[in-house]
Ligand binder design. Structure first.
Ligand SMILES: Cc1cc2nc3c(=O)[nH]c(=O)nc-3n(C[C@H](O)[C@H](O)[C@H](O)COP(=O)(O)O)c2cc1C
Length: 194
């Protein structure tokens, strides 16, 4: 369905909606890179360099926007990690979506997984819900891959010595493996067997 060469690594673009030093969402992205980096090709989108989206400037030539489009086009799948700010996705994440929704609709047909971490109880459920809605909007038209939902609450309790503990993020790993299996069911790494 996605025309991926059997011998190639799956290419995943990480989109982290936080620029905070010590970001928990960045920690999760780093954990996935560490854990799966041997078998999956990861890149991370640079959201901090993007201008704030406005229709007035959407056709201007920004190197950061060009690079973003190249990175999305490169990816077989896009994994979005959003903080929850005031019951919705972060500004950085929304800015990413808006840039991807205009002039070039680079997320159209792209398999996506959404997750997010918070110190609180609800695991970014509202931010993720809004983000999934935006991914399905007419200018975006991404594919929200099923069985990849995971809401990471009380993130501070899942960390020891600055690292995520494997046994505290099992549902994250299951969701991520489901995501990869959807993109490349014959991935040859037998993710679903682990
Ligand atoms: C402006 C602001 C609003 C926030 N609103 C929420 C919220 O609605 N729900 C929530 O669970 N946490 C909220 N938080 C706490 C964030 O979940 C917390 O700062 C988290 O660490 C952000 O993710 P990061 O570590 O990746 O930056 C808010 C934080 C800020 C700074």
């Amino acid at each position: 369905m996605f025309n991926i060469n059997k011998d190639e690594k799956v290419k995943i673009l990480l989109v982290v909606g936080s620029s905070r030093k010590g970001s928990y969402n960045q920690l999760i992205a780093d954990y996935l890179k560490d854990r799966y980096g041997d078998t999956i090709d990861f890149k991370q989108a640079d959201l901090k360099s993007l201008p704030v989206y406005s229709e007035d400037i959407e056709k201007e030539d920004f190197p950061s926007v060009t690079k973003l489009r190249e990175d999305v086009n490169w990816a077989d799948g896009v994994l979005l990690l959003t903080p929850e700010h005031n019951f919705t996705m972060s500004v950085l994440m929304k800015n990413f979506i808006d840039w991807c929704s205009r002039v070039e609709h680079v997320l159209e047909g792209k398999p996506t997984m959404v997750t997010g971490a918070t110190l609180g109880h609800l695991g970014t459920v509202m931010a993720q819900s809004h983000l999934r809605q935006a991914l399905l909007s007419p200018g975006v038209k991404a594919i929200a891959v099923p069985n990849t939902e995971v809401y990471i609450n009380a993130i501070q309790d899942r960390i020891k010595d600055g690292k995520l503990l494997d046994d505290k993020v099992e549902s994250l790993n299951t969701a991520f493996i489901n995501f990869i299996d959807y993109i490349k069911p014959d991935n040859g790494y037998c993710f679903s067997c682990n």
